[in-house]
Design a protein around this ligand. Sequence first.
Ligand SMILES: Cc1ncc(COP(=O)(O)O)c(C=O)c1O
Length: 409
Amino acid sequence: MDEAMKALWGFDDFIQGIRDDGFYHDVLTTTKPVGPTIVYEDRELVNFASINILDQHEEPDIKEHFYAAAEQYGLVTGGSRVTQGVGQAHKDLENMLACVTGKERAISFASGLLANIGFINAMTSKFNFSVDCGINNSDAIFILDRDCHWSLWKAASHLPFGRQLFAFRHNDAKDLEKKLKKLSVKHEKIIVVFESVYSADGSIAPMKEILDLCEHYHALSYVDNANGFMIYGPEQRLFADDFAEIHRATFEMVSFSKAVGMEGGAIAGPENMVHSFEVLSGTSLFTAAIQPPTASTIYYIMKKLMEHPEIMDRYLLRSQALRKRLEDKGFRLNDVPSYIISVLIGQDDTAVRVYEEFLRQHMVVPMFRYPAVKPGHALIRIMLNAHHTEAQVNRLVEVLEDLQERYGF
Ligand SMILES: Cc1ncc(COP(=O)(O)O)c(C=O)c1O
């Protein structure tokens, strides 16, 4: 391509700019399984970035199950479910998810992101199959928590903001009520979209209040439970009261890349709505599904985590202990004590230096800065992995203390 054309499109300047700014580092190439450590070519670093918190994929029973499922079901789906049917592994997983979430039906997608995008596509569909058969929900109104995941905002971006698409202040049920009160006078089809656990600040939605409001104002509700699925819920765990309410949401979306630690996503909800997502989401009909051995292993891991709650309990206890240790040392952490531990650094340039210093100390700790967080609120997010050793955790704390002294955050 000639230089004038490159300049016209602006990508060369863009890449140079984000490199110079420290916002972006050329993505490194990993050469071994990603878990408590990560190997970039021949350099091994301790990894506090992985959302695969339990590291189940490295357990012998999981590998064995995966290999057997690959033999039984093969490696590919080879096309969408509408054209050639749905695999037994997918069906088992979806039936189990419907059961776990207390919903009539569930549908899986190749990723959680595709589930979210597909949901909003489906719920705003205008589609005529024949003269007598069609659907028109192009008048649906969406109210999203302002901090909802990119996939939800992106999928809704075709809706005119302020007319069909609205935001309520993060986790603010009072603000949601104001919107619902006003909108429900004129509109019948309203959907409130929110997350259970927000991944940047680790905050938990006031689920009871939000769902009470949805019921009161006859709105449907969609909870993206990507970061809470299989983690919170049981009575003895934190946030039990909030999670006790989650089944009241009309739809529950989950990701299998976090606690379950494979890849894929799903939505559970009312029978015919979820059934129609096969066609109307677009992200089922026009793309591949979860690979069969992965679908089967997701099912196996979900079952394992339900039969052995001590696996997650142990993880959460360790994560709480790390949080307490950091609090006692005076670090400013996200105030909701979820398993997502964010350490406030402050200015973006300090956060870049802290991130780079961690790399020099052979550790990966992701950094969030504006526009992912408010200006002046750059943070690093620590994800403990079930297979981190105590020595690795101690080293993390030591390095943080050293950096705190040097950079004063
Ligand atoms: C709240 C939320 N929703 C959806 C997703 C997307 O999930 P997946 O990684 O399965 O595509 C994520 C992952 O970052 C998330 O945090």
